[in-house]
Design a protein around this ligand. Structure first.
Ligand SMILES: NC(=O)c1ccc[n+]([C@@H]2O[C@H](COP(=O)([O-])OP(=O)(O)OC[C@H]3O[C@@H](n4cnc5c(N)ncnc54)[C@H](OP(=O)(O)O)[C@@H]3O)[C@@H](O)[C@H]2O)c1
Length: 214
């Protein structure tokens, strides 16, 4: 699959690298230095290169949106038309200081994003785990028990594609329902962040839901 990375920081850089190692064609874009994008593409190995957000989005089957909430408008403008594209967003609606959600309860970053690009297939995923755990999850992907990863969206095709990417990274995808469920998954991400960054065991933290049925 061809995947455009819009935002090549902690999340986009690592997820893009893993996607490339899993065999996808990846274009890294949107960082403050072209040198950084070039280095990411080089180190990802596989079929990775760097480009502008427009180049990353143009031929992509899916784009990963991994920027700060305050950068949404800028990166979307640079990416151009995303109609029909699957847009997997790992973004959270944080304030500038990254201390609080600025949208919640009656909406979510994912829903606000979908309003900005109504013809795209928006899926919210990967935002409930810290970037620090991603390579560990990928390394452990052949183990019997995988960590869960909740995702949500309104578009069936977009969700199928996102579930495949979630599996490629090494998680067990858990469909949480329509995009408005991001109102619950986004605050949940802050709980995971609290445990990861303020807990005692370090930030390499993922989670697993277990169902006990008869
Ligand atoms: N980090 C996590 O563990 C985590 C977990 C869950 C969800 N999230 C969410 O995921 C999203 C991305 O987080 P992140 O931690 O990956 O952020 P990040 O490391 O700051 O990455 C953001 C990317 O945007 C680029 N960028 C920022 N301003 C720019 C500008 N003016 N022009 C061009 N590029 C610019 C950055 O460039 P540079 O590379 O040059 O800085 C970086 O590549 C956020 O919405 C966050 O809330 C993060």
């Amino acid at each position: 699959m061809r995947i455009g990375i819009l935002g090549s920081g902690l999340m986009g850089g690592k997820l893009g690298t893993i996607f490339a190692r899993a065999g996808h064609e990846v274009v890294f874009s949107y960082a403050r230095s072209e040198q950084k994008l070039k280095k990411l593409a080089g180190e990802a190995k596989g079929k990775a290169r760097h480009g502008t957000p427009r180049e990353a989005a143009r031929d992509a089957d899916a784009v990963l949106l991994a920027v700060h909430w305050l950068r949404f408008d800028d990166v979307l403008e640079q990416a151009g038309d995303l109609s029909g594209k699957v847009v997997v967003s790992c973004s959270l609606p944080m304030n500038e200081e990254n201390t609080e959600l600025v949208v919640g309860r009656t909406s979510s970053a994912a829903e606000e994003l979908a309003k900005k690009i109504p013809r795209a297939r928006v899926v919210s995923a990967f935002n409930t785990v810290p970037s620090e755990v991603l390579f560990d999850v990928y390394e452990a992907r052949r183990k019997a028990s995988r960590p869960s990863l909740v995702y949500c969206g309104d578009d069936r095709r977009g969700k199928e594609l996102a579930a495949g990417l979630i599996r490629d990274v090494g998680f067990d995808p858990l469909d949480a329902g329509p995009l408005r469920i991001a109102r619950y998954t986004e605050p949940f991400a802050l709980l995971v962040g609290q445990l990861a960054y303020e807990g005692t065991g370090g930030p390499e933290l993922a989670y697993r839901f277990e169902r006990f049925a008869e």
